[in-house]
Write a protein that binds this ligand. Structure first.
Ligand code: 5GP
Length: 189
């Protein structure tokens, strides 16, 4: 997706050789027009697949997930990272290791919102080692749903998440695949 690559090149910042900062349009300040283009691109890429719902993860997945759900006319569920007192129904919980924060955290979804037989499109902002995406897929399966596909805004092709997900048999669509961010230069695959 050329527009997204342009944003990454022009506005992306380098935290290290393996972490990219895109706070000016995706992770802190949000560019709604780019989000809409991303939603439309996910719709185009998964046009041949039946999808009942989008599942994403708070916080940065929500903007892209909502745009995708809006253009596909389907609801959007986001996995929570903290259990609020209002989440009283039966929940599916998975532990995820965050390599950017170097810690484990839990994500949870109420089984009220993913029900057996539903076809779920998982959407997230970044794909690094695949821990978040695999945990979301495991939640879908625990709820009795089916993973229709996984849509990622920025895949870092030099980390192993993409291979892990494809080898696990999931359909993966990444809108930009970054091959390297060495020496403060971004190369796309
Ligand atoms: P994974 O679970 O695939 O290892 O990492 C994916 C999650 O980590 C994403 O949800 C995202 O929040 C965060 N993440 C991974 N790599 C990056 C990165 O280079 N930049 C930013 N901003 N977040 C990242």
């Amino acid at each position: 997706m050329d527009l997204l690559k342009k944003y990454i090149v022009e506005k992306g910042e380098f935290v290290s050789d393996n972490i990219l900062k895109v706070d000016s349009f995706l992770n802190h300040q949000i560019d709604p027009e780019l989000m809409m283009e991303i939603g439309l691109e996910f719709k185009r890429r998964f046009a041949d697949t039946k999808i009942d719902k989008v599942l994403t993860i708070e916080a940065s997945g929500i903007a892209v997930g909502v745009m995708a759900g809006y253009v596909m006319h389907i609801p959007v569920v986001f996995a929570k990272k903290k259990k609020p007192s209002t989440l009283s129904n039966e929940i599916a919980v998975k532990k995820v290791f965050s390599f950017t924060k170097d810690m484990f955290y839990e994500i949870m979804v109420s089984k009220e919102f993913i029900v057996p037989g539903e076809k779920i499109l998982i959407i997230d902002d970044f794909l690094a080692h695949g821990n978040a995406a695999i945990a979301l897929a495991d939640i879908v399966k625990e709820c009795g749903g089916e993973v229709a596909g996984i849509g990622i805004v920025i895949e870092k092709g030099f980390q192993n998440g993409g291979n892990l997900i494809r080898e696990s048999g999931y359909r993966l669509e990444s809108l930009a695949i970054v091959d390297s961010i060495k020496n403060k230069t971004i190369k796309f695959l």
